[in-house]
Design a protein around this ligand. Structure first.
Ligand code: GDP
Ligand code: MG
Length: 161
């Protein structure tokens, strides 16, 4: 069990958290939108640098404010994936505060910031528009960079515990 890692996707409603997980775990994508109610938990084994890791991925109901997410859902998290939608600025207006909150409350956890739906935007122009760090631009629709996020988390776990 030592190589089992809890990963939680956080971010507003409709940014693509469920879609990213379904793409990663089942390699599927659908346009229809079903709001996540409560919590869904997925499991997937990955191998990084010849080490097997079991990712236990928590898909939470979207909340406009990460402080409103139940603490009991976040406890024991090894890696956060903070997802926003670059086509809707309400999903990233407050990102600095949200990310700071996670970093100060879960200092040992890894955290990646993800701009999803990159298939809908000009990535270069967007990077110039905003001034917060973005680790990956992904698309659950085309699958661009979806594996890359989870591999990066795996690498971070191996190097930083
Ligand atoms: P969640 O509320 O964060 O779990 O968001 P969902 O995964 O349910 O996705 C919300 C909507 O955005 C759905 O209609 C998806 O089909 C759509 N969506 C998710 N990811 C992408 C993406 O990468 N590109 C595009 N074009 N649409 C996406
Ligand atoms: Mg969802």
């Amino acid at each position: 069990m030592i190589n089992s890692k809890k990963i939680v996707l956080v971010g507003h409603f409709g940014v693509g958290k469920t879609s990213l997980i379904r793409r990663f775990v089942n390699n599927i994508f659908t346009e229809d939108y079903k709001v996540t109610i409560g919590v869904h938990i997925f499991k997937k084994e990955i191998e990084v640098n010849n080490t097997k890791l079991t990712f236990v991925i928590w898909d939470l109901e979207g909340k406009d404010d990460v402080e409103k997410v139940r603490k009991s859902h976040l406890i024991g998290t090894s890696g956060f994936i903070y997802v926003f939608d670059p086509t809707r600025n309400t999903t990233y207006n407050n990102i600095d505060v949200e990310v700071d909150y996670l970093k100060s409350n879960y200092p040992k956890a890894q955290l990646l910031t993800i701009a999803n739906k990159v298939d809908l935007i000009d990535q270069k122009a967007f990077r110039q528009e905003v001034n917060f760090p973005i680790d990956f631009f992904t698309s659950a629709k085309t699958s661009e960079n979806v594996e890359a996020i989870f591999n990066q988390l795996g690498l971070n776990f191996l190097t930083n515990g």
